[in-house]
Design a protein around this ligand. Structure first.
Ligand code: NDP
Length: 401
């Protein structure tokens, strides 16, 4: 029984808060704090209307300010901070956790607002400080990164002596009916998909042009989809933490309409993160684009179809080759019925709650800064089945060329 402080009140925070409130034996108290207090209050009302034993409070905070965060943590005294704001706030929130000796969980690694490049070095730099303070930071407890890392750790623990090849496949077969919209924060999403692709081969990053590598894959309960190789943050940590890796890649599905719109927006300069002057004030084109696109939270009631996300691992056990795939299928409309949001937020918010639960219950409590695959995957895998993201195994999966 303990208290969590969720920072952020967007799509992912909404799901995580609902799930904490469903799990009131562990999360007896919850504070939801974000930039816009009214969003926190609306979330609290929606959860309370469904009924919960968790006592919920709300607060306003600017998560770019270490002082404000520190004061909030001192006032609320949570056992853990669940960072579901944006990747730009990771370091300020980690600083405040250090100052107050509070455990920390997030779902996306730090990115500087001016450079669309995410890497773990900024957060790994806190390893010694967190260790000395005796507190845990669990990095990347969403779906990808997050569940994908737990899947790989589970494969390594139970089925392999060494895993040589990993392909992470992220398929969203959902249709929201808009010609163009993003399923999570548009700024973060577009920065991710318009960046160069990359993968790790023999210990080195290999860079590709954006969307240069395309494959077709037949996803269970979704069907055949085109998927494209992207740079993704968990590649960096998995290449270090999984034994025997020769190559690790990440693919995400995109429909033709999405790609055509994105190309056009890129060509006219709307996806740029370089500030420009407009009518006497500085604006960032991508942030302006975010303001005119549909709010991802509004896609919930409109999105039909399923996501299918998982990992293919190829390696050896007792000298024999092993092909293994583990994945989850999630239905957008079922998620909406349960917690009022679509599957992208759901598949991220549920693991954020589970990660926080792992630390709060002591199962994953150790001092330092850790990526998710560094912990014992078994209790997390059990919790996925219990809390809405059941997984499926396949020992003869279709492979990716
Ligand atoms: P949203 O944009 O819906 O929500 C972000 C929330 O953070 C908003 O409530 C926003 O406030 C708040 N916020 C932003 N800046 C500040 C600030 N300075 N101070 C306080 N609050 C702030 O994003 P999502 O919910 O879609 O995504 C949340 C996180 O989850 C992101 O980091 C994203 O990268 C990550 N993610 C991870 C995935 C994974 O699988 N690992 C998948 C999808 C997302 P306001 O409401 O006022 O704008």
């Amino acid at each position: 029984m303990g208290k969590a402080l969720i920072i952020g009140a967007g799509g992912v925070a909404g799901v995580c808060a609902h799930k904490c409130a469903q799990n009131s034996d562990i999360f007896s108290e919850l504070c939801i704090a974000s930039r816009t207090l009214s969003k926190c209050d609306a979330l609290r009302s929606a959860i309370e209307a469904k009924g919960t034993k968790t006592v919920i409070s709300t607060a306003q905070v600017d998560a770019d300010s270490v002082d404000q965060l520190t004061a909030l943590i001192q006032k609320e005294k949570p056992d853990i901070v669940i960072n579901l704001a944006l990747p730009y706030q990771d370091l300020t929130i980690m600083e405040a956790c250090l100052k107050t000796h509070t455990d920390y969980v997030d779902t996306a690694n730090y990115e500087h607002p001016d450079t669309a490049k995410f890497e773990y070095k900024y957060q790994w730099a806190y390893r010694e400080k967190f260790k000395e303070a005796g507190i845990t930071a669990l990095l990347g407890s969403g779906f990808d990164p997050g569940v994908t890392g737990v899947f790989c750790a589970y494969a390594q623990k139970h089925y392999f002596d060494e895993i040589n090849y990993i392909d992470i496949l992220d398929c969203n077969g959902g249709d929201h009916g808009y010609p163009f919209a993003t399923n999570f924060n548009p700024e973060i999403n577009i920065r991710e998909v318009s960046a160069k692709g990359s993968y790790i081969q023999d210990g080195k990053w290999v860079e590709t042009e954006p969307m240069e590598i395309k494959r077709e894959y037949d996803f269970e309960q979704v069907g055949k989809k085109d998927m494209y190789l992207l740079h993704h943050e968990e590649l960096e940590s998995l290449a270090l933490n999984i034994k025997g890796i020769k190559r690790i890649r990440f693919f995400m599905t995109f429909g033709q309409s999405y790609l055509t719109h994105l190309k056009c927006l890129e060509n006219v300069g709307m996806t740029s993160i370089k500030p420009i002057m407009y009518e006497g004030r500085e604006i960032v084109p991508l942030q302006f684009l975010k303001a005119v696109l549909p709010d991802p939270a509004s896609l919930g009631p409109r999105t039909k179809g399923k996501t299918n996300i998982g990992c293919i691992c190829i390696g050896k056990k007792d000298g024999k080759p092993v092909h293994y795939k583990v994945y989850n299928i999630c239905d957008h409309q079922e998620c909406y019925r349960e917690v009022g949001s679509q599957a992208i937020s759901y598949t991220t918010g549920v693991p954020a709650m589970i990660g926080a639960m792992m630390v709060m219950t002591g199962k994953w409590k150790k001092p330092g800064v850790f990526n998710i695959e560094e912990f014992d995957p078994d209790p997390f895998m059990d919790a996925l089945n219990k809390w809405g993201l059941p997984w499926i195994e396949d020992f003869d999966p279709e492979l990716v060329e």
